[in-house]
Ligand binder design. Structure first.
Ligand code: WTA
Length: 656
């Protein structure tokens, strides 16, 4: 965000005319069927949220005021008391859901476990007591560094139960990244596991944790879950086995009544520069936001099996594997490992095995599946699916179509959901029973949410003009601040456009008011004064039959300021050639505009991605401009960039 360019608008070049109205049989059963919800929420957004807070959540004490808004400081349901764990677990145990599957877990090696709400209730209480015995009190921070095992949500819920904010650190992060996050949160306890399964290998989490802890004096106790069975060093007096602690812990632990604004969790997002930012979410507003969006966007029914493929180390997993689904009493599937282990059909096997009805995944995964080819999903029975979702990046219209046809069998609506770690909950999204979708558009703000697109001065822009996406009104699940750094919170989100939350994304709105997200505003190319959005050029490339994935960047150019460079991954069955390069350049020129024609096209086997599955264009820019690579700690697979870099340099030499 520090590098935002100063031109007022971003050119909008992509034209998409396909329309998908909700199938009438879907609408007939949908949780939301009345388009009047938008107007109703618009008339009185506080009343809208308050009505649902009353009817959808359980409270120990009702609130006095719905919202206190002293820009940019929000307090929701002031004076109220509730407990997130109570709403996610205890209330379901009181009724007919007590023996319903809460978590259906599939281990990478093929083992599986099902935890009913009653099981979850028992496990969470024991672990909450175990934490208390280790000295954790309300307000103390607990860092959780685990793989995708059921004990991860159990640990989170146990923290929520006693009011100890958790900080989950993605299990793919290094010891250094973990140490920085523990230090920032000043965590008292670390929960980890011996090792995590990934592509048949054991990732030695406890070993990394030991390295991290050398520089983390705040941590008094470490809890270690046995999962992979690899050997670990246990430090006497500090380290305890999960199973031993649990065995010795009392069985009942009441859920603590907590103020609405009590901190629920900290989740670090790595900005492009500087130290990670500890996004703080609090209790009641967050719970309401994720509860309502889960119910309305994923249209969950009691009999549904729902699967979000994200890792719980990211916000998507927090909100839409754990808190949103469990608050709704849903059955939430969790998968431990890689999508191509032991084969590239693993996700589809899981859909078939558990008869998944609602699937939520990322555009990156969809493009990867496109690259692998449709024979993998074809091997499996996907007929249980009735609704599909995506999150994390703009979805290229062709990837949307591929998902629709090859996974959804042409019958499932797709919800393309825009939101952020900071927003906590989905904010721009279709409601699948009422919204006509357009491939590539996240469509409309959720009822009660107000978004706008503005120019440099903060003026609202007319339709089909790209600009900055802002949010103009508070929402219940919004971040409250950065942990320990309120000034930075004000500066990053609220200083650019006074009174408005700056998302950092570029977008345009079409004549129907639909939002088309163009990606981060620091991810645009400026060719001869035209600001082009990478996502639109990439989507055009992906629409070519030979292309599975594409990343474009702006590379310094003596005349044009910047020139477009394209990095392209081909679909199975296509080979790189000079002819194809030429064809792709002309394809873009013809489909978008000659201005957007890539100066060069570079074929590669894979693209560098963050561990949360976003393309890292920054590193491609470094390569293209011959600079040393910037921070690579968030990369999924550092070998990918190294390979690209080496081949890029070699090709450059050949051409010279
Ligand atoms: C991008 C993930 C287009 C966007 C929940 C946002 C999207 C950032 C979409 C947040 C979408 C997320 N369409 N872009 N449907 N969803 N993004 O914090 O740039 O990991 O600002 O949260 O992802 O990423 P984060």
């Amino acid at each position: 965000m520090e590098t935002v360019q100063t031109q007022a608008t971003i050119a909008a070049l992509l034209q998409e005319t396909r329309r998908f109205p909700p199938p009438p049989e879907f609408t007939a059963r949908a949780n939301v069927q009345d388009p009047g919800v938008y107007e109703e929420a618009e008339r009185d957004f506080e009343g809208f949220w308050a009505r649902h807070a009353e009817s959808e959540l359980e409270w120990f004490r009702k609130w006095d005021r719905v919202l206190e808004w002293d820009v940019p400081w929000a307090k929701w349901f002031v004076g109220g008391q509730t407990n997130v764990c109570y709403n996610c677990v205890d209330r379901h145990v009181k009724g007919r859901r007590r023996t319903k599957a809460a978590l259906v877990w599939e281990g990478e090696p093929g083992d599986s476990r099902v935890l009913t709400y009653l099981d979850l209730h028992r496990e969470v209480q024991r672990f909450a007591n175990a934490l208390k015995q280790l000295g954790v009190q309300k307000g103390d921070r607990v860092t959780i560094y685990m793989g995708m095992v059921p004990e991860l949500p159990i640990a989170m819920l146990a923290c929520a139960r006693i009011g100890a904010p958790h900080s989950v650190v993605f299990g793919g992060f290094s010891a250094d990244a973990l140490a920085g996050r523990i230090q920032d949160a000043q965590a008292k306890v670390l929960v980890t596991q011996d090792g995590a399964w990934r592509r048949g290998q054991v990732v030695p989490l406890k070993h990394f944790a030991d390295q991290a802890l050398e520089s983390c004096p705040s941590v008094e106790k470490v809890v270690v879950l046995r999962r992979a069975g690899n050997e670990v060093a246990m430090k006497p007096g500090r380290d305890e086995w999960w199973h031993e602690l649990e065995a010795g812990a009392p069985a009942t632990c009441p859920a603590e009544p907590l103020d609405s604004e009590h901190p629920l969790y900290i989740l670090y997002t790595s900005g492009t520069t500087g130290k990670p930012k500890g996004v703080l979410h609090t209790t009641a507003g967050y719970l309401l936001g994720v509860h309502m969006t889960t119910k309305w966007v994923f249209d969950l029914k009691d009999e549904d099996v729902y699967w979000c493929t994200a890792d719980i180390g990211w916000v998507t997993g927090h909100s839409y594997i754990v808190y949103g689904p469990l608050s709704n009493g849903a059955t939430s599937v969790m998968y431990e490992g890689a999508p191509d282990w032991p084969d590239k059909d693993r996700y589809w096997r899981i859909v078939e095995k558990y008869r998944v009805n609602v699937l939520y995944t990322s555009p990156t995964f969809i493009r990867t599946a496109m690259k692998w080819g449709p024979e993998y999903p074809r091997r499996c029975d996907l007929s249980s699916l009735r609704l599909l979702g995506t999150v994390g990046e703009p979805i290229n219209p062709e990837a949307w179509m591929w998902y629709h046809e090859n996974i959804g069998g042409g019958r499932c609506p797709i919800v393309d959901t825009w939101w952020q770690t900071e927003t906590g909950m989905i904010l721009i999204t279709p409601l699948p029973g009422i919204t006509t979708t357009k491939p590539g558009s996240a469509t409309l703000p959720f009822p009660g949410i107000a978004a706008d697109i503005v120019d440099e001065q903060g003026n609202s822009l007319p339709p089909n003009t790209g600009g900055y996406l802002v949010l103009t009104r508070p929402w219940p699940a919004m971040l409250r601040t950065f942990w320990g750094d309120p000034e930075r919170y004000v500066q990053v989100y609220w200083s650019r456009f006074p009174g408005k939350y700056f998302t950092g994304d570029g977008a345009r709105r079409d004549e129907d008011g639909y939002f088309w997200i163009q990606g981060r505003v620091d991810d645009v190319v400026n060719v001869a004064g035209h600001r082009l959005s990478n996502i639109e050029i990439e989507s055009t490339l992906v629409a070519h039959p030979a292309v599975a994935e594409a990343a474009t960047i702006g590379r310094s150019h003596p005349e044009k300021g910047q020139a477009v460079s394209a990095f392209v991954v081909l679909r199975a069955g296509y080979a790189p050639s000079e002819q194809l390069k030429h064809e792709l350049r002309e394809w873009v020129a013809q489909k978008i505009s000659p201005i957007a024609r890539p100066d060069d096209v570079f074929f590669c086997a894979d693209l560098p991605k963050t561990r949360s599955a976003k393309i890292m264009r920054r590193l491609l820019r470094d390569i293209a401009e011959g600079r040393a690579l910037g921070d690579t700690t968030t990369l999924t697979d550092p070998a990918v960039v190294e390979q690209i870099k080496q081949r890029y340099v070699e090709e450059g030499k050949e051409e010279a």
